[in-house]
Structures are given as structure tokens and as C-alpha cells.
Design a protein around this ligand. Structure first.
Ligand code: RP5
Length: 162
């Protein structure tokens, strides 16, 4: 299977988007990442998605900040599921990115995750779950990850007075 494609509008998005890559790595899912900007390199959007279709990329994760039209624009060029991650910017702390990504008009779908690192990590997790529909080994690893989280809650919580 082709790697999950992680796209972002700027190199400056990587500190957030690397959490998607880390989650995929932890779950044993191949990934690759590229910078493609909706407004700085608009010509690359279509060719990148055409290549992704040719390569049978299973899921695209797209992160952007500010007027974050990247995930929606990418989704317009492909039927591959696109998961959008709102990257927090300096001015509006990601609310701008969230609203730009989440409020897609009917007919072109983007699955929108939470703002910031948690959203990026969950985009990786959700991508693995989508792949897990047809790949039992990935599904098993997601279930193991869930079990590990449960273990941490059950064994780690120490609620004591100082
Ligand atoms: C968006 O503009 C990018 O996704 C990034 O979050 C934001 C700022 O980009 P830089 O000016 O840091 O390159 O397109």
C-alpha cells in the first residue's frame, strides 16, 4: 500500500504536523510529507493529487493555518479521503484555521480534526483506522494502542494531596 500523504501549507506547520507522522509511525503505517501551499504554489495542488490518485494513496492528511483553504482545495481534486488539521497561528490561535477547514459546503467532504498537535495526532490515528478497515494488522495495532491507553489510566493515576 502507498504511504499516507501528509501535506501542509508551510514548513512552519511541521512542528504540529509531525504529530500525525509520529502516530502513523507508532502504528506501523508508512507516511511521507510534503509542503504544498494553496496560495503560494496553487499549480502544485492538482498535480500532487493526480499523482496521489495514480499512486493509490489511501488517505491524505492536510494541515494549514490562517485562511486554511488547503484541505478543501485538495479534496476538490480527489476522491481520496482528506483529513484536515487546523494549525494554530499567532493571531487567532487556530480558530481561523478551524472555521476555514470545518465549514465545507455540501458536496466536497473534509474530515476536520481538533486544532493543533492533538488534532494532528488524531488525524494519524484516524488514517490508520481507515486503513484498518481493510488491513487487519493495522486494525490490531490500533486496538493495542487503545489497550495501552486504558492501562495507563488504570495504573497511572495518582490523585493525592501534596
Ligand atoms: C499557511 O500560512 C500555512 O499553512 C501556515 O500555517 C501559515 C503561515 O505560513 P508561513 O508564513 O509560516 O510560511 O499557508
Amino acid at each position: 500500500m502507498a504511504p499516507v500523504l501528509i501535506l501542509m501549507g508551510s514548513q512552519s506547520d511541521w512542528p504540529v504536523m509531525q504529530h500525525a507522522a509520529q502516530m502513523l509511525k507508532d502504528l506501523g503505517v508508512e507516511w511521507r510529507a510534503e509542503v504544498v501551499s494553496a496560495h503560494r504554489t496553487p499549480d502544485l495542488l492538482q498535480t500532487t493529487m493526480q499523482q496521489a490518485e495514480q499512486d493509490d494513496v489511501p488517505v491524505v492528511i492536510a494541515g494549514a493555518g490562517g485562511a486554511a483553504h488547503l484541505p478543501g482545495m485538495l479534496a476538490a481534486f480527489t476522491a481520496i479521503p482528506v483529513l484536515g488539521v487546523p494549525v494554530p497561528g499567532k493571531q487567532l490561535k487556530g480558530l481561523d484555521s478551524l472555521l476555514s477547514i470545518v465549514q465545507m459546503p455540501k458536496g466536497v467532504a473534509v474530515g476536520t480534526l481538533a486544532v493543533g498537535p492533538a488534532g494532528a495526532a488524531n488525524a494519524g490515528l484516524l488514517a490508520a483506522q481507515i486503513i484498518g478497515v481493510s488491513d487487519k494488522s493495522v486494525r490490531d495495532r490500533v486496538q493495542r494502542f487503545r489497550a495501552q491507553q486504558r492501562e495507563k489510566v488504570m495504573s497511572g493515576a495518582k490523585l493525592e494531596l501534596p
